[in-house]
Design a protein around this ligand. Structure first.
Ligand SMILES: C[S@@+](CC[C@H](N)C(=O)[O-])C[C@H]1O[C@@H](n2cnc3c(N)ncnc32)[C@H](O)[C@@H]1O
Length: 389
């Protein structure tokens, strides 16, 4: 069983810490047209042409909701393939992977995405800004897609908190950026954002560019799992295109909406008391007791993904150990004996009850991951029938 609970903090450090890599070209323009486009901004501002332009990157700093690091790492492997991790803490990773910045920024569980341009051996924002100003021409260039925006600003954060850069140091860095990439400073608005990012347990500061993320329009309903977490749990079910997926305690349907974005053949939402909100996805709705589910045939479900009652906020009509045992018996009955699998997010304080019940119903627990849900300790358990691979 793969078991882990604590956030890992800064176990490895970025390559070349303290040294700035030479400014380099990843994606040489293939035509004169591309060359013209690449340097248009610099030309427009009468500045020196950019040393490099590229449309994919190899080092990203990504930020996510605190306490979800392990699930994020597993989901990244599903979405982007194997990546080298240079740094991790409870809410951020620095990964090394050649892919487009927009692809990383569009991942539903990533809050902020930055393309790492370089690193300076200073952990103080003023000194980091000064050092970055002196060496800016040795950093990687910003992603090509961002260079069509003529304005920029410089921001700083340390350990996830916004910090200020003293005005003289900020001005030196802004001048260096303008000299090299031709952009103009604009304190507000939707310009490019260069960020100085200091991390926990690191004596260096990263200089990075933030990649904008499309804003979600919908407000979550009361009690709904945040879409970032739902996306992570959906991935933990190892999606396949033939999957019939069931949530026996679906509530607002957040898990199945997240699962709808991944390969599947059918989605079934059951809840005895609530009706799924925003049923835009083609989800079959049931209103049955999740401990029985008479409408679901034995062995007909490939993946159960659910957030059953925690016992704290949801009323249950029998002691928790019995509620869990009856629910697990039904999950075992409906799961396909060979390729069935279950992903359960439960309150940490009743983890033992769930694990004991899963084992007694011949469901093998394959991982238990400790997470935080709005600050509350929870566990994500993955399991499958003993006969399943
Ligand atoms: C923790 S909430 C699920 C929240 C859901 N993940 C969401 O994002 O909205 C548990 C759900 O189980 C439902 N529930 C409680 N007892 C049930 C039962 N015996 N059978 C089916 N659903 C039940 C509750 O109505 C509640 O919506």
């Amino acid at each position: 069983m793969n078991r882990s609970r604590d956030d890992k903090v800064g176990t490895r450090h970025p390559r070349g810490q303290g040294k700035s890599p030479k400014r380099r070209q990843y994606a040489p323009p293939s035509s004169q047209e591309q060359r013209d486009k690449s340097s248009s901004l610099a030309v427009r501002h009468g500045k020196r042409a950019l040393a490099t332009q590229r449309d994919f990157s190899d080092r990203f700093l990504i930020q996510f909701n605190s306490g979800l690091g392990e699930l994020v790492e597993r989901s990244l492997a599903i979405d982007l393939g194997p990546a080298r991790i240079d740094y991790r803490d409870g809410s951020a990773l620095v990964i090394r992977l050649e892919t487009s910045p927009d692809k990383v920024a569009s991942l539903p569980y990533v809050r902020n995405t930055f393309v790492v341009l370089g690193e300076v051996p200073e952990d103080n924002p003023a000194r980091a800004a000064d050092r970055a100003a002196k060496t800016f021409d040795t950093f990687l260039s910003a992603p090509k897609s961002m260079m069509t925006i003529p304005h920029f600003r410089v921001m700083a954060q340390h350990a996830g908190q916004l910090v200020s850069i003293p005005a003289p140091s900020r001005a030196r860095l802004e001048q260096a950026i303008t000299r090299i990439d031709g952009g103009m400073v604009q304190a507000r608005g939707s310009g490019r954002e260069y960020w100085l990012i200091g991390r926990r347990n690191s004596e260096s500061t990263i200089l990075a560019m933030k990649i904008p993320k499309a804003k979600t329009k919908r407000k979550p309903a009361a009690g709904e799992i945040a879409p970032e977490l739902a996306a992570l749990l959906a991935r933990a079910s190892r999606p396949a295109s033939h999957d019939v997926v069931l949530d026996p305690f679906a509530g607002t349907g957040s898990l199945l909406r997240a699962r709808a974005a991944l390969p599947h053949s059918q989605l079934i939402a059951n809840d005895l008391h609530r009706t799924i909100s925003h049923p835009e996805a083609s989800i079959r709705l049931l209103r049955q007791d999740g401990r029985e589910l008479s409408a679901i045939k034995d062995g007909s479900i490939d993946a159960v993904i659910t957030d059953p009652p925690w016992g704290e906020f949801d009323e249950i009509d029998e002691p928790m150990d019995l509620f869990v045992d009856h629910s697990v018996a039904t999950i075992r009955r409906v799961l396909h004996p060979y390729h069935g699998r279950a992903v359960l997010m439960i309150a940490r304080q009743i983890e033992r009850i769930w694990v004991a019940s899963l084992e007694s119903h011949e469901l093998e627990v394959t991982s238990i991951t400790g997470i935080l849900v709005n600050g509350h300790p929870a566990s994500v358990i993955t399991a499958h029938p003993h006969s399943s691979r």
